[in-house]
Design a protein around this ligand. Structure first.
Ligand SMILES: [Zn+2]
Length: 106
């Protein structure tokens, strides 16, 4: 990729090595990364950060942040659903297993 200002080579970080112009936005955003990490470990925090990322993104025309925000929101919902399902299965096992054991024993 070449610099839009001087036509020289652009570094990996998207900054021109010759004149220092920001030619390309970095592929990661700090808020987006935080949102994605929290979405997996603490879904409610990831959901809030994801919504913040989506709200901030359009004004700054930051498509990476917007994409990360949407991913974080989706991931938060999926992880929360998985947690609920896991709790439901554990609760069902907790009810079913003693019942089966009691029937076999009795
Ligand atoms: Zn340049």
């Amino acid at each position: 990729m070449k610099c839009s200002k001087c036509g020289k080579k652009v570094g990996r970080d998207g900054v021109c090595v010759s004149c220092g112009t920001q030619c390309r936005t970095p592929k990661t955003s700090l808020l987006g990364n935080f949102a994605l990490v929290f979405a997996f470990f603490i879904p409610i925090v990831g959901l809030v950060l994801g919504i913040i990322a989506v709200c901030l993104a359009p004004g700054k025309q930051d498509k990476v942040l917007l994409a990360d925000g949407i991913k974080a929101i989706v991931m938060s919902v999926v992880v929360t659903a998985a947690h609920i399902l896991l709790l439901y299965v554990l609760a069902m096992l907790g009810v079913a297993v003693p019942f089966i054991i009691a029937n076999i024993a009795g």
